[in-house]
Design a protein around this ligand. Structure first.
Ligand code: HEC
Ligand SMILES: [Cu+2]
Length: 337
């Protein structure tokens, strides 16, 4: 037990970010330990060395300050803080920019469960299945309040907000199930808002995508019938049509086709062909890059980012589309290369 504490006090390192985060953590930890020792040992040493009893008559000199020493200590500490800042900034940048070829999965958080929506139409509850050694990018939003997606073994934690998307990515490099927590207090059953990330060998992942079967030891535990998924942290999965297909159907059912072409021809509204990932000029002359958040905002609050050269006639679809449906529409618009 003590040996475990001494040698295994660190959490498992199961993603590309884990060694990175731990290195910086170790640096700060050891710097603090060494500084602490230098200060405390020095203090105790001088305490005994200048004990009054030993030199009864002498009074110590009254020192008002020593600019050189003070400035060099301050400068040294400034350098250390800058090193920590720069180091953290580099790591942070790496954690913020997902590679282009990442597998994208939509995450919808709500009181009190996690839903994972795959491009092929799979929808999992409280269970995220990913391949080993491949970058996975999560595009996350919340249906109600603030949540936070936290996987300690991956060293990732990202707030999940209503009305917008936040992103986190990782490469899981060890197979196995890992615990997901919600790290933002979100109401009564916050502590039950649990999920598992299941990291599979690439072959097993392909197999799972086709058949829905998980390899031995990774099977989903079926929840007792009376416990609903919403409060028990139980997992469930369904297979629907591919996300972009679903989006295409919605696009005509919701009447988007009346104003938007997907072929490149401008209509009452701008064409949505080749929109994603490109800059758009707004009425105020501002140029913005089209990402998931931009499209989401265009659909729910069309007048908040008016495209230059068009009239403010797009009706708002706020409250008329579920998070799943907005994800599907975005997936469809993304596919219009
Ligand atoms: C009545 C016509 C109309 C309908 C219906 C309509 N839109 Fe629009 N839409 C517009 C106009 C006009 C603009 C450009 C002005 C603006 O930004 O609001 C626009 C802008 C957009 C943009 C930003 C385009 C860009 O080039 O930046 C997106 C994305 C969008 N609409 C998606 C949709 C979706 C999805 C639907 C269906 C759920 C829809 N629209 C329904 C008229 C419409
Ligand atoms: Cu939560």
């Amino acid at each position: 037990m003590i040996a475990m504490l001494l040698f295994q006090w660190r959490l498992p390192q199961a993603s590309n970010f884990a060694p990175m985060v731990d290195r910086l953590f170790d640096f700060i930890l050891w710097f603090s330990i060494i500084s602490f020792l230098i200060i405390v040992v020095g203090m105790v040493f001088f305490l005994f060395k200048y004990w009054r009893k030993k030199i009864p008559e002498d009074k110590s000199a009254y020192i008002t300050g020593h600019t050189k020493t003070e400035m060099s200590v301050a400068f040294f500490l400034l350098v250390v803080v800058m090193v920590i800042f720069y180091w953290g900034w580099i790591d942070y940048k790496a954690m913020k920019t997902a590679p282009e070829d990442a597998l994208e999965i939509n995450v919808i958080a709500r009181q009190w469960l996690w839903q994972f929506q795959y491009a092929d139409g799979k929808m999992l509850t409280n269970e995220l299945v990913v391949p080993k050694d491949k970058p996975v990018s999560l595009i996350m939003t919340s249906q109600d309040v603030l949540h936070s997606f936290y996987v300690p073994d991956f060293r990732i934690k990202q707030d999940v907000l209503p009305k917008m998307y936040t992103n986190v990515w990782f490469v899981a490099n060890k197979t196995g199930p890992y615990q997901v927590f919600c790290a933002e207090y979100c109401g009564t059953s916050h502590s039950q808002m649990l999920a598992k990330v299941k990291v599979l060998e690439p072959d097993d992942f392909e197999q799972w995508q086709m058949t829905g079967e998980l390899p031995e030891g990774m099977e989903t535990k079926v929840a007792p019938a009376e416990a609903s998924a919403a409060v028990s942290g139980a997992a469930a999965s369904t297979q629907g049509e591919p996300l972009a297909e679903k989006g295409k159907t919605l696009f005509s059912n919701k009447g988007c086709t009346a104003c938007h072409s997907v072929t490149g021809a401008a209509g009452v509204g701008p064409t949505l062909k080749g929109l994603f990932g490109h800059p758009v000029e707004l009425v105020d002359g501002q140029k913005v890059n089209v990402d998931e958040n931009y499209i989401r905002q265009s659909i729910t609050e069309p007048q908040s980012n008016m495209v230059k050269g068009f009239q403010p006639i797009m009706p708002t679809f706020k409250g008329q589309l579920s998070e799943e449906e907005i994800n599907a529409l975005i997936s469809f618009i993304k596919s219009l290369k």
